[in-house]
Design a protein around this ligand. Structure first.
Ligand code: ADP
Ligand code: NA
Length: 331
């Protein structure tokens, strides 16, 4: 019996992923490898929607792959590859764009937000069709499940609609209709300076975010100066005490301890103690992680071979799907 197939990816739009990406996505990817047939992709074509210097984009693509590997994505069990290495992504995206309404694509809230901010001449057609490239990423592998955060829900819904439309127009089985894979246990990490906003690479202040490749000394300092709340009690209460609750979430996720156990341990102690201990926990996690990342980046030839091997395996699957779709459409 084939295992359900899962696809996920991140854009190489920064040198470093952050702790939210790690605890909210990567750790989940790693555990999914046991039960699913997983493809993990560095979606560099998507990154073209953000203007980037070519050399920098190339570095970031390698660095993102190295961080997947350092987090535990295992190329022996999963397919790890770079999107632009498999030309079929762009080919299927074109087909999907011809079966999507202009109005339907225009209703994507992420596009509406971004284009409102940048104006129509500051907004590329690529940003508009981005959700169709994402749909192609997913449908190309006959993906059953897609781990998605809240912000990608609408895009996954579009992928499902387009898949259903292809099946209605060209016969059942033209595309596999993907389902969202929501992991309740996945931690959502908030900004250290504004714990009501999620930790994000577009953070208002660099002090709010913990990048996986940051200097551990800087990270320790950021945790020690994290915004906490009025009062003194160390208690998990995301509404009333978002700052402290965020620190507890990070602590629990990185140590595997329960929030209740941590509340017990810090009963009657101050925020300073919690922050000092958490700074150590994060630094103890980051040091070996960064050593592993460096190991991959210091040997780019081996990393490139590994990614070429992943692309070859992905391409074999992609080819089959694309040939089926082309055949159904009369191409
Ligand atoms: P960013 O918000 O920094 O742009 P992305 O949107 O590129 O991050 O997210 C990549 C992955 O990391 C997604 O699966 C997303 O759900 C997850 N993720 C991003 N930020 C967080 C966070 N603060 N907490 C938990 N998961 C997150
Ligand atoms: Na985002």
């Amino acid at each position: 019996v084939p295992r359900p197939r899962i696809f996920s990816g991140m854009q190489p739009t920064s040198d470093s992923l952050h702790l939210g990406n790690y605890l909210g996505a990567l750790t989940n990817w790693v555990s999914l490898q046991d039960d699913y047939d997983a493809l993990y992709c560095v979606v560099d074509l998507h990154a073209l929607t953000v203007a980037t210097d070519p050399a920098l984009l190339r570095d970031r693509t390698r660095s993102t792959a190295a961080q997947y590997l350092a987090a535990g994505v295992d190329p022996a069990r999963s397919i790890l590859f770079v999107q632009s290495h498999v030309a079929e992504h762009a080919e299927l995206a074109w087909v999907l764009s011809c079966h999507t309404g202009f109005g339907e694509a225009g209703r994507m809230t992420q596009f509406k937000d971004k284009s409102a901010r940048h104006g129509s001449d500051g907004t590329s057609v690529g940003l508009f069709t981005y959700p169709l490239l994402m749909a192609a990423d997913i449908l190309l592998y006959d993906t059953n499940l897609v781990p998605v955060g809240e912000d990608q829900r609408q895009h996954l819904e579009l992928s499902r609609n387009v898949a259903q439309r292809l099946n209605a127009r060209f016969g059942p089985g033209t595309a596999v209709v993907p389902e969202p894979h929501i992991v309740k246990a996945t931690a959502k990490i908030y900004d250290l300076q504004d714990p009501t906003a999620k930790m994000s690479k577009s953070a208002a202040s660099p002090n709010g975010i913990i990048e996986l490749r940051d200097d551990p000394k800087v990270v320790a300092k950021r945790i020690r100066s994290a915004v906490t709340d009025a009062g003194r009690e160390i208690r998990f209460d995301p509404e009333g005490k978002p700052g402290v609750s965020n620190l507890l979430t990070i602590f629990a996720a990185l140590t595997g301890r329960s929030i209740e156990a941590l509340e017990g341990e810090y009963a009657g102690r101050g925020y300073g103690d919690l922050k000092k201990d958490l700074a150590e926990v994060v630094v103890d996690f980051l040091a070996p992680f960064q050593t592993r990342v460096s190991g991959y980046l210091e040997d780019p030839a081996t990393l490139d071979d590994l990614l070429a091997d992943g692309a070859e395996r992905a391409r074999a699957l992609a080819r089959e799907t694309l040939e089926r779709v082309y055949d159904r459409l009369g191409l």
